[in-house]
Ligand binder design. Structure first.
Ligand code: NAD
Length: 473
């Protein structure tokens, strides 16, 4: 069997041969990726169900369709993304061709996560292939059925000279990281992100980090409380709370909390019946280890469970759980929950909520629920986060026009749509110059003349209304 380094060397040779550069080749791989999904939809659904009992409805929306839509978007827009951007010029460069050209980086490594094991692996791959790179895919070993399926299907559909799938866990990934890549795209925890960064530092490899964090949901008093409960519960308990953009905790006044609790109780019964353990619309926790982590977190919390709280280890079942009287120093507030536990913290005012959020690391997403646009605008303007959505949760990430990514500790860089293409491209500054006007060049050659300096400064300065986007030379 081919070793990791043999696979990387093979892709490096293919990249150097120029195989992946033509638009036609890239379009062909994107079309084949579309066929991979369409031909194997049932196998994909089965693997997702095997890994975490993901309901078909959630799997289609958040994995299959997200990938198919991204593929359509990339196939449709690739030609325009590949076009050079001509920039404004000054007098000194008037006869030159000055443009930004997107070039592939080379062989890139994509390390996927288990919670959306198809989407989080293939969406970055679409950006990388569209940009003309060769790709090494390392799916998460935690979602073992999808890891196996991707390793089987990708070589059948995608040209083997431009893509390799490497399986394994921490040990295999650490060995893989010893190879030199031209970019590493990592989705996962902050802990592993530090390991990735250390490995990348050795080769000075640029890195995109798609991490997590605690996404707040600030609910003001002016909302339709039942609609708020529906949207909050859907965003929180979709994929059994195992979404990096799930609302991690709620901040609201005591009065809003008092109104929200019965609305949430009604909502959870409507969504998952009175016996959620038997409800096919609620998936399972991905592994025993993750189930135990959530159980420990709940036990350590000083809060009061008001809804849910039941769990069953053999089934990796965890009920949608709501917990109140949670304080800032509670165990539930120390790390990202990444499961179906929703703590509600009470605040006295909107300002207190904003200040609470700003004391923490910048989150991957921030949600505010309010009828008042002044409240939404205030939260938007006075906080920072990777993404922002008012009066709903998660849905902002379905639009390929919006960049998806974190800020600060929730991640570096972004993807989706054109943003993925840009992440995997080098923007090369190009100036194509001929041999004309050499007499003018003599102005800048030694021996330096004071009066020439004035002329030169004039030729490179931006001229109003004449040079669009003109920057200094
Ligand atoms: P993880 O960091 O444990 O694993 C992710 C990947 O890293 C896997 O492919 C795994 O094989 C690899 N890995 C694990 N240990 C390693 C090691 N020691 N050395 C090298 N590689 C190693 O993350 P996870 O548990 O899969 O995901 C949970 C976290 O990821 C949460 O914080 C969540 O918010 C975040 N997340 C972020 C996004 C996003 O798009 N921003 C998406 C999903 C998950």
């Amino acid at each position: 069997m081919e070793s990791q380094s043999e696979a990387v060397n093979r892709l490096q040779a293919a990249f150097r041969s120029g195989l992946t550069i033509p638009e036609k080749f890239r379009q062909m791989q994107l079309s084949k990726l579309t066929s991979l999904i369409k031909d194997n939809e049932q196998l994909i659904l089965d693997a997702l169900h095997k890994d975490s009992a993901k309901p078909k409805f959630e799997a289609v929306l958040s994995e299959i369709d997200l990938v198919i839509n991204e593929l359509h978007y990339a196939i449709h827009n690739l030609r325009s993304w590949m076009q050079p951007d001509y920039v404004g010029k000054n007098l000194a460069t008037k006869l030159d061709d000055c443009f930004v050209r997107r070039e592939p980086l080379g062989v890139v490594l994509i390390i996927g996560a288990w919670n959306y094991p198809l989407q989080l692996t293939l969406l970055p791959m679409i950006g990388a292939i569209a940009a003309g790179n060769c790709v090494v895919i390392k799916p998460s070993e935690v979602s073992g059925a999808m890891e196996k399926l991707l390793a089987e299907l990708i070589p059948k559909y995608i040209c083997q000279d431009c893509c390799a799938v490497i399986c394994g866990g921490a040990e295999e990934t650490e060995t893989l990281l010893k190879n030199r890549f031209d970019h590493i795209f990592y989705t996962g925890s902050q802990r592993v992100a530090r390991i990735i960064l250390q490995a990348a530092a050795i080769h000075l490899t640029p890195v995109t980090l798609e991490l997590g964090g605690k996404c707040p949901c600030l609910i003001s008093e002016e909302v339709d409380i039942l609609a708020a409960a529906h949207r909050l519960a859907w965003a929180k308990f979709f994929n059994t709370g195992q979404s990096c953009v799930a609302p991690d905790y709620v901040l609201c006044s005591q009065a809003t909390c008092d109104a929200l609790l019965p609305a949430l109780q009604q909502t959870l019964e409507d969504f998952y019946t009175k016996d959620p353990q038997k409800c096919p619309d609620l998936g399972r926790i991905i592994s025993d280890r993750h189930w135990t982590r959530l159980t420990d977190l709940l036990q350590k919390s000083q809060g009061r469970v008001v809804l849910g709280g039941q769990s069953n280890q053999s089934e990796k079942y965890f009920a949608p759980t709501v917990i109140v009287d949670v304080k800032e120093d509670d165990a539930l507030m120390e790390e990202e929950i990444f499961g179906p536990i929703l703590p509600i913290l009470t605040i006295e005012s909107l300002e207190e909520g904003i200040s609470f959020i700003n004391r923490k690391e910048k989150p991957l997403a921030l949600y505010v629920f309010s009828d008042k646009s002044s409240v939404v605008t205030k939260v938007l303007e006075q906080t920072s986060s990777g993404g922002f959505c008012s009066n709903d949760g998660i849905v902002h990430m379905t639009l390929p026009g919006l960049p998806f990514g974190g800020v600060g500790a929730s991640g570096w860089g972004s993807y989706h749509g054109r943003w993925g293409f840009e992440t995997f491209s080098h923007r090369r500054s190009c100036m194509l110059r001929g041999w004309a006007l050499e007499r003018i060049n003599t102005l800048r050659y030694p021996p330096y003349q004071e009066n020439n300096l004035g002329w030169l400064r004039w030729t490179i300065s931006p001229k109003k209304n004449v040079f669009n986007n003109c920057s200094l030379m």
